[in-house]
Design a protein around this ligand. Structure first.
Ligand SMILES: [Zn+2]
Length: 113
């Protein structure tokens, strides 16, 4: 219940200025993906640098908290790296959901009714 409320709040976005913030970040990063990549040959780290159109939160907020829309927590990602990051995060969300499901099943056991 609680987490559904939280989810719909997040979809609606906390920050009404998000579009403007997003634009500013894209401009700051010159529409280049900021994902750190290590060159396996030389061992040097650089950014992905591909054309990026997606602004991502480096650190996602905890449950029930608004995302931190401070520019220091925002960066531009290309769709490839954004997808990679999102799928990792949703994997984590699925794991938490699975835990809750197991708990709910436990409480719906006939012994509790
Ligand atoms: Zn990238």
């Amino acid at each position: 219940m609680q987490s559904n409320w939280w989810k719909s709040q997040r979809d609606a976005r906390f920050n009404p200025d998000w579009e403007r913030t997003r634009k500013r970040i894209l401009e700051r990063d010159h529409h280049m993906c900021q994902w750190p990549v290590t060159d396996w040959n030389s061992g040097t780290a650089h950014i992905c640098g591909r054309l990026g159109n997606e602004v991502d939160h480096k650190q996602r907020a905890g449950e029930g908290e608004p995302d931190n829309d401070d520019p220091s927590n925002l960066w531009t990602l290309c769709s490839w790296h954004h997808k990679q990051k999102t799928s990792r995060e949703s994997g984590e969300a699925r794991r938490l959901l699975g835990e809750r499901r197991r708990r709910e099943r436990w409480y719906s056991h006939p012994a509790f009714q």
